[in-house]
Design a protein around this ligand. Structure first.
Ligand SMILES: [Mg+2]
Length: 377
């Protein structure tokens, strides 16, 4: 078998888990000589990033057409080698990510095995599902009620975005943030995992990050994510020395090398890895192994379409040092609509299922939905 076509497809849709904001993705449709179709996704978020990635995918497609999709690792290496001048820490990684995911999907279909099998099978018995979204309300009791409804019967905990759109205004007042986390602990009970994820609108000093994290520790916060952004090694060293809560960051890294550097710093307890950004499934696997060797947890950034979610689901099951999977509590166009019944939502009781038994990513992409949200038709 060999790849006969590579198509870059920019899409945009309103994301109900982010106050209806328009969200851009760059999908890739790769077809092989048997007629099988593999799907990939880059989590580009903004229109100009999608357009640039689409152009890179069109160029890199010349390196993929004619190759056997089963040889995904060799193709991944040749894409990295080709982008030596403009790749590395930048959006060439989006292009490699989306092509790589599509090739893994095709590889599974050609071999007749689900992605989880190709990755070596499950490395655990259970995988807790965590509801991850951005709260909308103003009053703390309303916010807590909203988040409790995300979790109820279908998650083991919640990750809450601070500094996001809307009226929640979390992240800006020490007293209010501490009251919120305390009220959320009360509502979710002692066993629930609670994570706080700082968005780019919030800028804490190192001293503020230390004070907030210490205050949240009284309520058993599971992890604090990006409290000092993506790149503050000295700040993270101080925070790490003065607190005991797990510190999570890494999802804004572009490649295996960047994630290895974070892990080697000794300041990151949970390395976020986005397969739709950091060089695909092949990149995730390498970064996760480096983290495993260092005793560091990883967390797949599964917060995108059904394509990256399916990749994250299989990767999280196959990766011994991944201990939970995030899901979006509100149904949305690029998950339930795009993949219909083949989208794998968490089981009742709060556990992520070990993915579909269907080959490849295990999802059936509805191409009429792709056309509906496509931007360049
Ligand atoms: Mg995050």
């Amino acid at each position: 078998m060999s790849v006969v076509s590579v198509e870059a497809i920019p899409v945009a849709y309103p994301e109900p888990n982010d106050h209806g904001a328009e969200r851009h993705l760059l999908l890739v449709r790769v077809v092989d000589s048997s007629g099988a179709v593999g799907w990939g996704e880059a989590v580009t978020m903004w229109p100009e990033a999608s357009r640039a990635t689409a152009e890179l995918v069109r160029g890199l497609g010349d390196l993929v057409v004619g190759r056997d999709p089963v040889a995904v690792d060799a193709i991944w290496r040749s894409l990295r080698e080709h982008t030596w001048w403009y790749g590395g820490a930048g959006i060439a990684s989006f292009a490699i990510a989306t092509l790589d995911i599509a090739l893994w999907d095709l590889r599974g279909q050609l071999l007749g095995r689900p992605l989880l099998d190709l990755l070596g099978g499950p490395a655990k018995q259970r995988l807790p599902a965590i509801a991850s979204s951005h709260a909308t309300h103003v009053a703390i009791e309303d916010l807590v009620g909203e988040i409790a409804a995300w979790v109820d019967g279908r998650a083991e905990g919640a990750k809450v975005g601070f500094g996001k759109r809307g009226d929640a205004n979390l992240g800006f007042s020490h007293e209010r943030d501490v009251a919120f986390v305390g009220a959320l602990r009360e509502a979710l009970g002692p066993q629930a995992q609670i994570m706080v994820d700082l968005g780019v609108r919030v800028r804490w000093s190192v001293a503020e990050a230390v004070a907030r994290t210490r205050a949240f520790e009284a309520f058993g916060l599971h992890w604090i994510e990006e409290p000092l952004g993506a790149d503050d090694p000295a700040g993270y060293e101080t925070l790490r020395a003065k607190t005991t809560t797990l510190i999570a960051y890494g999802e804004r890294e572009w490649n295996v090398r960047g994630l290895e550097r974070i892990v080697a710093s000794g300041t990151c307890d949970v390395a976020g890895i986005d397969p739709g950004r950091a060089e695909g499934i092949s990149g995730f696997l390498r970064a996760a192994r480096a983290a495993e060797a260092a005793g560091t947890q990883v967390n797949a950034h599964s917060w995108s379409s059904a394509i990256v979610h399916a990749a994250s689901l299989a990767l999280s099951w196959a990766t011994p040092n991944a201990h939970q999977l995030e899901f979006k509590p509100h149904a949305n166009a690029m998950q339930q609509e795009l993949a219909g019944d083949t989208f794998v939502a968490p089981a009742a009781g709060g556990w992520a299922l070990p993915s579909s038994e269907r080959p490849g990513l295990g999802i059936e992409v509805d191409e009429t939905v792709v056309e509906r949200y496509r931007l360049d038709r």
